[in-house]
Design a protein around this ligand. Structure first.
Ligand code: GLN
Length: 194
């Protein structure tokens, strides 16, 4: 199994390190041809607008969208969740627009307002979660499940082969969310029904 990590900006190394710890081959994705043969792709945390600018310039934006629409499992963390979202309530553009959620960018305010919390997630137990200028999920479509919440707010969501967290599982050393994604990437996984 090979899982790609979008490698134009953001915490790429942290995701690659987590995959390595779990014995899964990771591949930095910088160009469209790096998508060939992947079993899944991770969109890291960072700055969604910067990532999108670079993805558009390299042709990755279209290539990644096409691959996801063709069924490639994708996991977005923080900025990666914003890239996946169908709508960004406080930004004029939409990026990949493949995950049926509306998010508000920078809902936790400035960098100094970043915080850690325990998130209760279905089937995974309590997860330590780091929020850094995190998006807030304001709406979820009927095909989206909130797997984890902080208070009332969904912070870990799944829609078929798409998984997104508004926090950074790649920064805590807790590998359970990555393990869930790896499971979703296994061939023949009936994610359509999950
Ligand atoms: N605020 C960033 C954005 O809008 C996301 C922050 C993060 O990934 N830690 O892209």
């Amino acid at each position: 199994m090979t899982i790609g990590v979008l490698a134009v900006q953001g915490d790429v190394r942290e995701h690659l390190r987590t995959l390595a710890r779990l014995g899964v081959k990771g591949r930095p994705v910088r160009r469209p041809d790096h998508l060939a043969g992947l079993d899944g792709i991770i969109l890291p945390g960072g700055e969604s607008t910067a990532m999108w600018r670079l993805m558009t310039a390299t042709g990755l934006a279209d290539a990644v969208r096409r691959a996801i629409l063709a069924g490639l499992p994708a996991f977005g963390t923080c900025a990666g969740m914003i890239l996946l979202a169908r709508q960004i309530t406080n930004w004029p553009e939409t990026f990949l627009g493949v995950l049926d959620v509306a998010v508000e960018r920078n809902a936790t305010g400035r960098q100094v307002d970043s915080f850690e919390a325990l998130v209760t997630a279905n089937g995974l137990g309590e997860l330590p979660a780091v929020f850094i200028r995190a998006p807030a999920v304001r709406e979820i479509g009927p095909g989206v499940r909130a797997l984890g919440r902080l208070g009332d707010e969904p912070v870990l969501v799944k829609q078929g082969p798409l998984l997104a967290a508004s926090f950074h599982p790649e920064l805590t050393g807790d590998t359970r969310v990555h393990e869930l994604f790896i499971q979703m990437c296994r061939k023949g996984e009936p994610w359509q029904h999950a």
